[in-house]
Design a protein around this ligand. Structure first.
Ligand SMILES: [Cu+2]
Length: 164
């Protein structure tokens, strides 16, 4: 009898704990560290290592690294290019490409677009460029705005030098 009575009061606090944990997670996802207490942190982005393997047919991929040396986060939300009206951003899941809405660029971190992983995808290219030429990509970030990148076209099997 006493055993049954004691079960209920134990359950209620456990449920509260779960709810509190969920709330905390939602909070830190939205605005970075909850304890930071400042909204002045701005992202500071720099793009490096951009290249495009020579297109196969009217399809091409773009690879680059976006470093964020600032205090605030940012997001790559879209990419446009004079080369194509159909540019999207993809991640790779189990060898299959999946279109995404955005990529995070965390403060003190980087967004790496590389073969076999996240990449920029250009479809329906009207005038495919050749190795040795270069093309333009306009990266659109949620906070920083647009960054124009000149991207060299490399051999179709080009691999960038390994970075530390
Ligand atoms: Cu793709």
């Amino acid at each position: 009898m006493t055993r049954h009575a004691s079960l209920k009061p134990v359950l209620a606090p456990a449920a509260l704990l779960v709810a509190a944990g969920l709330a905390l997670t939602a909070c830190s996802d939205g605005g970075g560290k909850p304890s930071a207490g400042s909204h002045s942190g701005a992202p500071a982005l720099a793009v490096s290592g951009a290249y495009m393997p020579q297109p196969v047919g009217d399809l091409a991929a773009g690879f680059l690294v976006v470093k964020n040396t600032g205090k605030g986060d940012d997001e790559l939300t879209s990419v446009t290019s004079p080369l194509s009206d159909s540019v999207s951003i993809h991640k790779t899941v189990d060898d299959r490409m999946v279109e995404v809405k955005s990529f995070d660029v965390p403060p003190g971190g980087s967004l790496d677009l590389a073969r076999g992983g996240n990449h920029i995808m250009l479809m329906g290219i009207k005038h495919p460029p050749k190795q040795g030429q270069s093309i333009e990509l306009d990266l659109h970030f949620k906070k920083t705005g647009a960054i124009k990148v000149t991207v060299p076209v490399k051999a179709a099997n080009f691999q960038p030098p390994a970075t530390p």
